[in-house]
Structures are given as C-alpha cells and as structure tokens.
Ligand binder design. Structure first.
Ligand SMILES: [Fe+2]
Ligand SMILES: [Fe+2]
Length: 311
C-alpha cells in the first residue's frame, strides 16, 4: 500500500456532496478485512486485492447500517416507548443517539451509492442479508429489550466494536497508510458520535437491569453467550463479498471454493478474534462484566469453542 505523511491527512467529516471516489487506494486498512487473516489473500493479484478491500469496506458500511437500524435503534425506541428507561435525562440522551444513528445510516448509504452505483441502485443491502428466520427472531427480541436483555448487551458490543473499527481506520491513516478520503471522512464522523454512545450504554444497562431477577439475568446471560458464538463467526456476509469479487474477476472461479473456505475457517482463528474482539479492545463492555457477571463472555472462549468444532 502506498504511504503518505500522516500529519497531512485531512481529518474532515463526511460531506454528502457528490465527491469523486479515488479507486486507486484502499477504502479501509487491509488488516481490518477478513481475508488478511488467511493465506488465501496472497492468491489474489494486486488489482483483485484492492477491489476486495473496496467491496469489503462497502460491506462494513452495510453492517453498520444494519446494526444501527435493526438492532441499536430498534432497542432504543422500544426502551423509550415501553417506559423501561425512566429518568428524563437518560431518555433525552437515548433520543439523541437515535437521531445520530439515523444520520449515520444516511451517510453509509450515501457513500456506498456514490462508490458502487451499480450495486446499490435499488437497495441498501447487497452483502448483509440475514436469513428470514434470523431476521424474525431478532425483530421479536429487540422489541422487548427489558425481558430479552441480552439484546442490549449485543448492541453494547456492536457500539464499542464499531467505534474501535472507526478508530483503527483513522489511526492507520494518521500512521501514514493511504485510505480513500471520503471513506476516511465517514469514519471520522462516525467516531465523533459513537464515543458518546459507548459511554451511554453502561447507564442503559444499569437502568434496565437494576431490578431484574437473578434467574432472568442467568437465562439472558446464557442466551448472550450462545448468540455471540454464532455472531462472531464470519459466515454469510463475508462470503457474499468473495462471491461479488469472483463475479467481477471470473479467473478467480478456479479458487472460488478455497476463498469461501478461507472465510469460514476464521471461525476457529484466535488471531482473527483477537484482532477485532479482544477484551483490551472492548474495555467499556468488559468493565461492565464486573457489575453483571452473568453476562460475561469472551471472544477467546468463542474462538476456542469454534476451533474445537472445526477440528
Ligand atoms: Fe452509529
Ligand atoms: Fe452508535
């Protein structure tokens, strides 16, 4: 990857104006993509590697939109409408977070459409398509966040993990990596608001769970641990990025299955889990496990279980 002087990197926030996207540089650091953690990356040409990076960045934007719309905001709205969160100051902050997320979704959608008009002409999601059953189950749970409190912990995790992702993009640019300016600007704007969201979640957790029973916590903690094992393992969306790359480069058909297998193999890769989900990268979330030990889980544990399944 080409390098530049980090001090000269413009750290502007995303501006919705139609700006030309620079396709000669990566859209995110390569170390934030899945294939980076597999030997399969070396089988791509430089041009294919760059395109994989760019498609992967669009997939990340879709992921953020899905998390914010279908999980975070759905939960926040249900907490407000059900009265599960009572203090007015906290309710006001929840509403601000909902508004921030609405703006972020517009921003992610807008840049994906600017960069890939052919893919996003008629839809917001190309790579993130949960199965119908998963979507129905998720929708049912996020509507009842007080009873199904494990979904609040899922949202908490997503807030902090996505904040870390944006931080890593920005730090990489500051360290000299060439990152496409509009994609970098999206992460600058995203990070500005997300740091406040990460600070808000411990208060939401305390407000909702302070009067919950020991049994309810135990059941929800078990549900969370099971969900996280499924959730963290790269599957459908990462493979959909590979499938799109192969459609664009038909000569990759010969290694299509190998590339798909490489993504699936990450479910048992401690290095991959560590890079994104290590406790040190999620300090707020892990800090709350001291107060609510029933909800404690670790990516290392998830990786070890997945590795055992893959053996
Ligand atoms: Fe957001
Ligand atoms: Fe957020």
């Amino acid at each position: 990857m080409s390098e530049n002087n980090g001090d000269a990197v413009p750290m502007d926030e995303f501006d919705d104006a139609d700006t030309a996207i620079d396709f000669s540089v990566p859209f995110v650091p390569e170390s934030l993509t899945q294939l980076y953690y597999t030997p399969a990356l070396a089988r791509l040409s430089a041009v294919q590697r760059l395109r994989y990076n760019q498609l992967y960045a669009a997939h990340i934007n879709e992921q953020f939109m899905f998390f914010e719309h279908d999980i975070g905001n759905a939960i926040s709205r249900a907490l407000l409408s059900s009265g599960a969160v009572k203090p007015q100051a906290l309710r006001d902050r929840l509403q601000v977070m909902i508004d921030d997320e609405e703006q972020h979704q517009g921003m992610f959608e807008s840049i994906n459409r600017q960069a890939f008009p052919e893919l996003y002409a008629n839809c917001r999601h190309v790579f993130i398509r949960p199965s119908t059953i998963a979507r129905h189950l998720l929708n049912a749970c996020v509507q009842h966040p007080k009873a199904m409190s494990f979904v609040i912990w899922l949202a908490f995790f997503l807030e902090e993990a996505s904040t870390e992702f944006s931080k890593a993009v920005i730090q990489s640019a500051k360290a000299g990596a060439a990152i496409e300016p509009s994609f970098l600007a999206v992460h600058v704007r995203h990070l500005r608001d997300e740091v406040h969201h990460v600070r808000l979640y411990p208060e939401i957790v305390r407000a909702v769970l302070s009067d919950s029973s020991a049994l309810a916590r135990k059941i929800n903690g078990a549900l969370l641990a099971r969900l996280m094992r499924e959730f963290l393992a790269p599957k459908r969306s990462g493979i959909a990025v590979i499938d799109q790359l192969v459609r664009e480069f038909p000569d990759l058909n010969a290694i299509h299955d190998d590339l798909r297998r490489a993504i699936r193999s990450l479910a048992g890769s401690p290095e991959f889990y560590d890079a994104f989900f290590a406790a040190a990268k999620l300090p707020s979330l892990h800090g709350m496990f001291g107060e609510f030990p029933e909800f404690s889980w670790s990516a290392a544990g998830a990786a070890a279980r997945a590795a055992a399944r893959h053996r």
